[in-house]
Design a protein around this ligand. Structure first.
Ligand code: COA
Length: 260
C-alpha cells in the first residue's frame, strides 16, 4: 500500500479524487509529489472499483504553481534529463490511462501545473484559474511535456508565444484557446467535474478507453491512427457492452454496461 505525504486520496462512487496537498507552496510539484502521482495513477490502472480520477490542488489559490523551484535550482545536466524524463513518464501514464482523468483547475496552473492539467483528458477551470508556462523566467523550458501538449492543444502560434513570453492567461482566455474545456465559478468546480465524469462513467468503459487510445494515436508518429481506430472499432464489436448497448437501443431502454 503506497504512503502519501503530498497527496490526499479519496474514493467516492467509483471516482478517485487526487488532491495535491502542499497548499503552503501553492501545491508545487516536488520530486516526491510526482512519485506519489505515479503511485496514485497505478492505483487508477489496477483497481477495478476506480472508474475515473479527478485531480485538483488543495486550497482556493492554486491547482499547481509548477515544479518545485527549490529542487529545480539544484539540477545538473544529468539529473535534469532524468528529472524531465521521469515527470514525462508519469504524465504519459495519465494521458494513456484508459479510465478518464479530469483536471479540476482551481487556481494557478503554471509550469508543471499546466503540464499536469494538459496530461489529463479534460480540463475544467474555475473562474480564478490562471494558466501559463513561465519557465523561461527561470532560464529553463517546460520539461514535463509542455512544449508538446500545449502545441497539440492550442496550436503552434499561440503555444510558442505563451512559452516565449511566460504570459499567464485567465480561464476565459484558456477556454477560447481550447486549453480549458469549461469555466465555472469556483464553488461549482467539483460538481461540474463530477457531472462530466458521471456522464462518461454511464457509457461503455471499453469504448471510453479506446476513444482515449485512438485520440492519443493522432500524436504518435509511429502509429497509423486510422488503423488503430479500425482495430479498436473491431474490439468494441466483440464486447458484451456492444451487445448491451445495441440491444438497449432497440428495446428502448437505458443501457447498463458491465464493462466487458
Ligand atoms: N516552487 C516552489 N515554491 C513555490 C512555487 C514553485 N513553483 N510557487 C510558489 N511557491 C511558494 C512560494 O515560494 C511561497 O513560499 P514561502 O511562503 O515559503 O515563501 C508560497 O509558495 C506562496 O507563493 P507566493 O509567491 O508568496 O504567492 P503569490 O500569490 O505572491 O504568487 C505566483 C503566486 C504563482 C505568481 C508565484 O508563487 C510564482 O510565480 N510561482 C512560481 C511559478 C513558476 O514559475 N512556475 C514554474 C516553475 S518551473
Amino acid at each position: 500500500m503506497a504512503i502519501y505525504e503530498n497527496l490526499l486520496l479519496d474514493q467516492q462512487n467509483g471516482i478517485l479524487f487526487i488532491t495535491i496537498n502542499r497548499a503552503d507552496k501553492l501545491n508545487a510539484l516536488s520530486i516526491d509529489t510526482v512519485k506519489e502521482i505515479r503511485n496514485a495513477m497505478q492505483q487508477v490502472y489496477d483497481d477495478a472499483s476506480i472508474k475515473g480520477a479527478i485531480i485538483t490542488g488543495a486550497g482556493p489559490k492554486a491547482f499547481v504553481a509548477g515544479a518545485d523551484i527549490s529542487e529545480i535550482a539544484e539540477l545538473s545536466e544529468v539529473t535534469a534529463r532524468s528529472f524531465a524524463e521521469r515527470g514525462q513518464d508519469v504524465f504519459a501514464m495519465i494521458e494513456r490511462s484508459n479510465k478518464p482523468v479530469i483536471a479540476a483547475v482551481n487556481g494557478f496552473a503554471l509550469g508543471g501545473g499546466c503540464e499536469l492539467a494538459m496530461a489529463c483528458h479534460i480540463r475544467v477551470a474555475a473562474e480564478n484559474a490562471k494558466f501559463g508556462q513561465p519557465e523561461v523566467n527561470l532560464g529553463i523550458i517546460p520539461g514535463y511535456g509542455g512544449t508538446q501538449r500545449l502545441t497539440q492543444l492550442i496550436g503552434k502560434g499561440k503555444a510558442v508565444e505563451l512559452m516565449m513570453t511566460a504570459d499567464m492567461i485567465n480561464a476565459q482566455e484558456a477556454l477560447q484557446l481550447g486549453l480549458a474545456n469549461h469555466v465555472v465559478p469556483q464553488e461549482q468546480l467539483m460538481d461540474k467535474c463530477v457531472e462530466i465524469m458521471g456522464k462518461i462513467m454511464s457509457k461503455a468503459p471499453l469504448a471510453i478507453g479506446l476513444v482515449i487510445e485512438c485520440v492519443n494515436a493522432v500524436f504518435n508518429n509511429d502509429e497509423n491512427g486510422y488503423q488503430t481506430e479500425a482495430n479498436a472499432f473491431a474490439r468494441c464489436c466483440t464486447s458484451e457492452d456492444f451487445v448491451e448497448g445495441t440491444s438497449a437501443f432497440i428495446e428502448k431502454r437505458k443501457a447498463n454496461f458491465a464493462g466487458n
